[in-house]
Design a binder for this molecule. Structure first.
Ligand code: SAM
Ligand code: SF4
Ligand code: F3S
Length: 470
């Protein structure tokens, strides 16, 4: 279910998702860990790496934190609201810990990296603080914490990619999986905390990525989403073998595993997506015609202050090129309202850009200043909160109309859909997604999860297509 995201679900509602238990029974000879993940898909993928490291070291997973000896919370710092949610959750865990003093609570991920020892020293909320590049040291840190010492490792690495670790898919539908292809980010978008919490960009060994996808396919998975903050800058070099793999090359290798394995990717930075990537999407039927291409603002002046390194016109030319080469391509975006100095005119430009691009999906946020970022150091956060929120609401209202139109355009058409699970609303219906990443609900019949079906769209809502199986 992790891939099926509406705007609301994107970061916020996906927060707090817990792993299913690996075993139903509590094994009295093992220590049990519980992990809750917040933030982007990369954080969810990291939790699967953490689970793998812990299980290799004799721990067992549980989805019931009351049974856990260790509670981990994999955190996000992207906006202030994300951090507030985590703090609230930590306070809840602290009260559980009072009743169960031997239990350890650990903070992982981006907030651990941003706040470092502050969690241990000032707030006394937790026993372990472990940054995104330090998960291999978790078993040793747990031992340290068990002796009553406060354990912390927030060192960022220039080369850690966890390439050799097979993630444990504890919360899986058995059909779709995330595969991390790189870590960190070198783009200093002025609003963004990620370069500080995740460190320098590095690409993972291409062979390990292809092998992981191959194993997933052999295990019955039918869709992989290749993940990175900026997938188009993926570049892996093996000097000894004189091998160089670009993102287009990597996608091709994954697509060649089997025509039955769907390939998705996220996120594309408009400045880096190449014609090569677009031609590769065209060449392989199993690479989905869907690109998440965040623009952030429709005003070239604001884009410059955001340090996005492209203008409105440049972005529009990129969208035109995508539509020219892949006419039925689904395109989605991220937008920020109320960035420093944003005027009504800038805001109107964001709205008109959205009208031009006719996004199928948009994730929209109001600007939240993050300490230490370029924007926080250089610019005043001068748009009042109520104006940021009003502009956001106007944007959401526009997008609601646009997404309904996007759905309505599909009524009467036929799509190949990968069956992902039972519909939330009815046990007699299944759901899956089109190539373009739209959710489709259809009657169950004799169909099974993991199969491809051809569905004729008969109706729609703003978020879902409804159809019958051909
Ligand atoms: N790497 C992706 C890119 O360049 O588009 C984005 C990754 S970021 C985790 C997801 C989205 O969060 C961004 O695209 C942006 O819209 C939003 N975001 C990041 N920092 C923000 C901030 N300080 N306030 C509000 N939204 C923010
Ligand atoms: Fe943040 Fe920009 Fe990197 Fe995306 S590309 S993670 S917005 S710095
Ligand atoms: Fe949040 Fe870190 Fe992802 S800040 S959005 S979890 S990279």
């Amino acid at each position: 279910m992790l891939n099926v995201m509406t705007n609301k679900e994107h970061d916020e509602a996906r927060q707090g998702e817990a792993f299913a238990p690996f075993t139903d029974e509590v094994n009295p000879y093992k220590k049990h860990f519980y992990i809750e993940s917040y933030g982007c898909a990369m954080n969810f993928a990291d939790s699967e790496v953490v689970a793998s490291i812990l299980m290799e070291n004799g721990f067992s997973a549980t989805n019931n934190y009351e049974q856990a000896d260790l509670i981990f919370i994999n955190t996000c710092s992207i906006r202030e609201k994300a951090e507030i949610t985590v703090r609230k959750r930590l306070t809840e865990f602290r009260s559980i810990k009072k009743k169960k003093p031997g239990m350890l609570v650990g903070v992982l991920g981006c907030m651990a990296e941003r706040l470092k020892a502050q969690f241990l020293e000032e707030e006394k909320l937790v026993d372990l603080v472990v940054g995104p590049d330090a998960y291999r040291t978790l078993p040793g840190l747990i031992e340290e914490a068990e002796t009553g010492q406060k354990a912390v490792n927030v060192l960022l690495s220039r080369d850690e990619t966890y390439a050799d670790i097979s993630p444990i898919r504890l919360n899986s539908n058995g059909v779709t999986a995330f595969v991390s292809i790189m870590r960190g980010c070198n783009n200093m978008c002025s609003f963004c905390v990620v370069p500080f919490t995740r460190g320098r960009e590095r690409s993972r060994d291409a062979h390990s990525i292809v092998n992981e996808c191959r194993t997933l396919f052999a295990d019955g998975y039918r869709e992989v989403t290749l993940l990175g903050q900026n997938v188009d800058s993926y570049y892996w070099v093996d000097e000894q073998k004189d091998e160089r793999v670009t993102f287009a090359g990597l996608m091709e290798q994954v697509a060649l595993i089997s025509p039955l394995l769907r390939v998705r990717f996220s996120t594309s930075h408009p400045k880096d997506i190449t014609d090569d990537v677009l031609h590769t999407i065209v060449k392989y039927d199993n690479i989905c015609n869907y690109i998440h291409l965040p623009v952030q603002s429709g005003s070239s002046r604001v884009l410059q202050m955001m340090n996005r390194t492209y203008s409105r016109e440049w972005y529009i030319a990129k969208v035109n090129r995508i539509r020219e080469l892949i006419p039925d391509c689904g395109i989605s975006t991220d937008m920020i309202t109320g960035f420093c100095t944003e005027t009504e005119e800038d805001h109107q430009q964001s709205l008109s850009l959205m009208e031009y691009c006719k996004y199928d999906l948009a994730y929209m946020y109001f600007y939240s200043e993050r300490p230490g970022t370029l924007a926080a150091r250089r610019f005043e956060d001068d748009v009042p909160l109520e104006i940021k929120k009003r502009r956001l609401q106007e944007m959401i209202d526009l997008h609601r109309i646009q997404s309904l139109h996007s759905m309505q355009r599909d009524v009467g058409k036929t799509f190949k859909v990968l069956v992902e699970g039972t519909s939330k609303k009815s046990a007699d219906e299944l759901f899956g997604r089109t190539d373009q990443n739209k959710v489709v609900v259809f009657p169950k019949g004799d169909l099974k999860v993991g199969e491809y079906v051809t569905v004729k769209i008969t109706k729609c809502t703003a978020g879902t297509l409804l159809g019958s199986v051909n």
